[in-house]
Design a binder for this molecule. Sequence first.
Ligand code: AMP
Ligand code: MN
Ligand code: MN
Ligand code: MN
Length: 292
Amino acid sequence: MATHDQWRWPHRAFKRVQQLYDLHSHSNFSDGILRPQDLVSRAKEQGVTTLALTDHDTTAGLSEAKKMAGELQIELIEGIELSSLWRGIGIHIVGLKVDSQHPVMQQAVQQQLESREQRARQIAVKLEKCGFHDTYAGAAQFAGDGIIGRPHFARHLVAAGHVKNEAEAFKSYLGAGKVGDVKQLWPDIATAVGWIRASGGVAVLAHPDKYNMTRTKLRALLDLFVESGGQAIEVVSGKQQSQVTRDMAVLAERYGLWASCGSDFHVPNQPWQELGSFTPLPEKCDPVWCHW
Ligand code: AMP
Ligand code: MN
Ligand code: MN
Ligand code: MN
């Protein structure tokens, strides 16, 4: 469990309160399954004391999440996970403590929303050429009132019997480099970081190990991220191998980046990304929450 000790003033005496920060999670406003209020309840049940809701390219779930967080006395950090593009790779930048009412953030989510809509149409055209019909409508149904993402196409392909499961949908049609991996509409890294910083947030490079880059390429990415105003890196993203955690901690130190951690929770019953369920940040890390 990721814990951070902190002294608090309870009614009668000092008491040591274990803090558990989960700074990356999704609701059904993007590609998660739970409503924001249910996500917050689940986080509370899992012992999380500070939760960031970081839906893909939208802040629409934050008000519901904040309301429930107030009721359950759990700290809710306003966040977002922005899609960006670098050297043909989709890179995710998490913004923590963003002001969702800031005009820059409002304009950013509007632009991303339009890009997502356009992208979903393009993905549907590509999938049509693979012989799969009406995938836009199918994906839209899974997205409900939320914004459409590739996981909604994956869920539709499974439901329509075209693939066995979502993993196969990504492996064959939607994952990196596959026909449905449309990403040319996303802004560059400097733009995404700029939106976060301008709206008062902390810019965090999400799940750096998940891009499957060579170390040389990851260093080039970090050079640009830092140059663009990026401030932190997810040293721990869900359940990951301890070697990865050590490697990412070394990179954080080398680049002078603060360290973040989060489950990247989307769906219940996926043990590798359960709320609050990951190892603590290594000792040498400088936690991002010490800077707000
Ligand atoms: P999008 O934001 O529409 O580009 O979709 C990206 C999302 O798809 C990620 O945030 C994950 O939730 C999900 N995803 C990416 N790769 C896979 C995969 N191989 N299997 C299942 N889900 C994936
Ligand atoms: Mn996702
Ligand atoms: Mn991501
Ligand atoms: Mn995520």
